[in-house]
Design a protein around this ligand. Structure first.
Ligand code: PHB
Length: 390
């Protein structure tokens, strides 16, 4: 090749690869790890749908950066979550890790977030301790202590003097049991027994039989999103309600994803939670309508809202850092964000990186032939009690 044309070719090649590099740098990657299959699949389905809705409504370019959402299915096995997070950081160079369908998955990924200095936006998992597992965790879901204490305060004022607690035997269940129990005792209630059921394929029957024999005024329950319908079915089949035992629960049990299939037996069940699809605000009406339009036959639940708000926190942080944000700069821009969520007003506490939000008392009612969690009381700006005590 002639020397000059060789140089031309080399320069041209360098320019092409430089612009290719610039393009690669322009892409801002979000590694969204979710359980898309297995017992927690509804969580993955809900959060993915909400993240896509956020992008459809807000565009896929932020501060000059093209947003790429990389979705990976961890089947809610923490060792898989960890491997996927590692691959996303090392091979794909993601700017943010997000998702985390269950607590053990979030805890498995936290050390990777710390080591790689990658912000980890927890959109689902809800054990108090998660935000303390890495300084790079920011949470947009909720915590079990946050919602459990509100119900524990409500119950004794409404004729419930004795309870049995029944929770899934892992992080969020143990948090729900501990914080409900402590507050209920403080409020003068009696806890007759505390039962723990396995997380995977629980058979509630023997536990419910025990509760029937113990005859509390109410049964307090936490089971994770996706397991509520099975619990409700067995509760009704055993005639617990007819035996005079009320069901009270965190809103995970009367999950909007499943509530309509639970039947009229669910009517009147009181729960506490941070989100109901029935929440009466213009922002929520707009969200629910758009979500249902984009996802036929699906109603958004609290997981969807955690995912939607998580995307907002990422977008806002990228805007605030002028598109340059990565690592610590991006993390810092997530702290202290205040905004109107479909669930109501929220903020990300700059110290704890956890979400502060309203918690609502709700009752299952029928509206236009459909079952909803209808909010009847609000406790404003609730911080995670798991941190307040330290
Ligand atoms: C959790 O594993 O942290 C978790 C999962 C589902 C819920 C709540 C908490 O509904």
């Amino acid at each position: 090749m002639h020397k000059r044309s060789f140089i031309h070719a080399a320069v041209a090649a360098a320019l092409v690869s430089a612009s290719g590099l610039a393009l690669a740098q322009d892409v801002f990657k979000i590694g969204l790890i979710l359980p898309m299959t297995g017992q927690q699949a509804s969580t993955g389905r809900q959060i993915q749908a909400a993240a896509k809705l956020w992008m459809a409504q807000n565009g896929d370019t932020v501060a000059g950066r093209k947003i790429q959402l990389i979705v990976r299915d961890d089947t809610s096995v923490p060792a898989v979550t960890r491997r996927l997070a590692q691959e996303l950081v090392v091979n794909d160079h993601v700017n943010v890790l997000a998702g985390m369908g269950i607590t053990p998955s979030a805890l498995a990924v936290a050390p990777i977030a710390t080591q790689s200095r990658t912000p980890l936006v927890v959109m689902a998992a809800a054990t108090s301790i998660i935000t303390e597992a890495s300084p790079f965790v920011v949470r947009t879901s909720f915590t079990l202590p946050q919602v459990s204490v509100v119900l524990a305060d409500w119950a004794p004022k409404h004729g419930i003097k004795s309870v049995v607690t029944l929770v899934s035997d892992y992080g969020p269940g143990l948090d729900a049991e501990k914080y409900f129990k402590e507050r209920f005792l403080l409020d003068g209630g009696k806890v007759l027994d505390s039962l723990r059921v396995p997380l995977v394929n629980p058979d509630f029957a023997p536990f419910l039989q025990k509760v029937r024999d113990e005859k509390p005024n109410a049964l307090f329950v936490f089971v994770p999103s996706g397991s509520g319908a099975a619990l409700m079915k067995q509760f009704l089949e055993r005639g617990m309600d007819k035996a005079g035992i009320r069901l009270i629960a965190t809103g995970d049990v009367t999950d909007d994803d499943q509530l309509n299939q639970m039947g009229d037996g669910a009517l009147g069940v009181v729960t506490s939670h941070h989100y109901s699809a029935d929440h009466n605000s213009p922002a929520n009406k707009k969200f629910v309508q758009a979500f249902e339009k984009a996802n036929k036959g699906m109603r958004p639940n609290f997981m969807a809202v955690g995912g939607y708000d998580g995307m907002r926190v990422i977008y806002e942080a990228l805007k605030k850092t002028g598109g340059k944000g990565g690592g610590e700069a991006l993390l810092n821009a997530m702290k202290g964000q205040v905004f109107e969520s479909p669930r109501g007003p929220v903020y990300i506490d700059a110290q704890t990186r956890d979400i502060v939000q309203n918690v609502y008392l709700r009752k299952v009612e029928k509206k236009n032939g459909q079952l909803y969690n209808v909010e009847f009381e609000v406790i404003r700006d609730v911080k995670d009690p798991g941190k307040a005590r330290k």
